[in-house]
Ligand binder design. Structure first.
Ligand code: ATP
Ligand code: PH2
Length: 163
């Protein structure tokens, strides 16, 4: 089955955590199909000061059912020392299951598609990059779901800061 995962890090060596998480995902039951660039993004949904995030989206082909795939993501988060603190708090690595085929589910343990998918530009921008023709499980084409347009790949983000 085809699934999309959202990776995010805003603590420590963000590039290291993203690449370690990707390597840890590679296993017989999970093949990486495509990978977005890294986007450097302002913290979303939080009031207090937080470091900038690096976000990336990966498309996988997997034989695992949705809950097993979620558990793999959680195992990797723990392996890389994510300290589970406050909701939406800073983290070394966070892996969200964004979309799993056309599965729609709203259990507490696993909501699919991810409940904030269509409002988080830090997820939409990298997702659009690797899957421009995707139809979201809501039936909306990703090309029609625009966020605030303020999210950029990290090289571009740092150029913008110098302007
Ligand atoms: N699609 C999903 N992907 C990842 N976790 C999910 C999903 N749906 C529900 N969950 C549940 O959400 C719980 C909290 O996850 P987590 O601590 O990563 O939240 P968060 O990263 O602070 O916020 P957010 O989920 O909004 O990114 C997990 O225990 C998990 O079971
Ligand atoms: N830019 C950005 N903001 C966030 C992120 C994230 O990955 N990127 N993750 C959060 C908790 O899930 C809360 N806010």
């Amino acid at each position: 089955m085809r699934a999309f995962l959202g990776l995010g890090s805003n603590l420590g060596d963000r590039g290291y955590y993203l690449s370690e998480a990707l390597s840890a995902l590679k296993r017989p039951a999970i093949a990486i199909l495509s990978l977005s660039r890294i986007y450097e993004t302002e913290p979303w949904g939080v009031q207090e000061q937080q470091p900038l995030y690096w976000n990336q989206v990966v498309e996988v082909d997997t034989t695992l059912p949705p809950l097993d795939l979620l558990h793999v993501c959680q195992e990797i988060e723990q392996q890389f020392g994510r300290v589970r603190k406050e909701h939406w708090g800073s983290r070394t690595i966070d892996i969200d299951l964004l979309i799993y085929d056309n599965v729609v589910s709203d259990s507490k343990e696993l909501t699919l598609p991810h409940p904030y998918l269509e409002v988080r530009e830090f997820v939409l921008a990298p997702l659009r990059e690797i899957a421009p023709n995707l139809i979201l499980p809501s039936g909306r084409p990703i090309s029609k779901v625009f966020g605030e347009g303020k999210v950029f790949p990290k090289e571009q983000y740092s150029e913008l800061q110098q302007d």
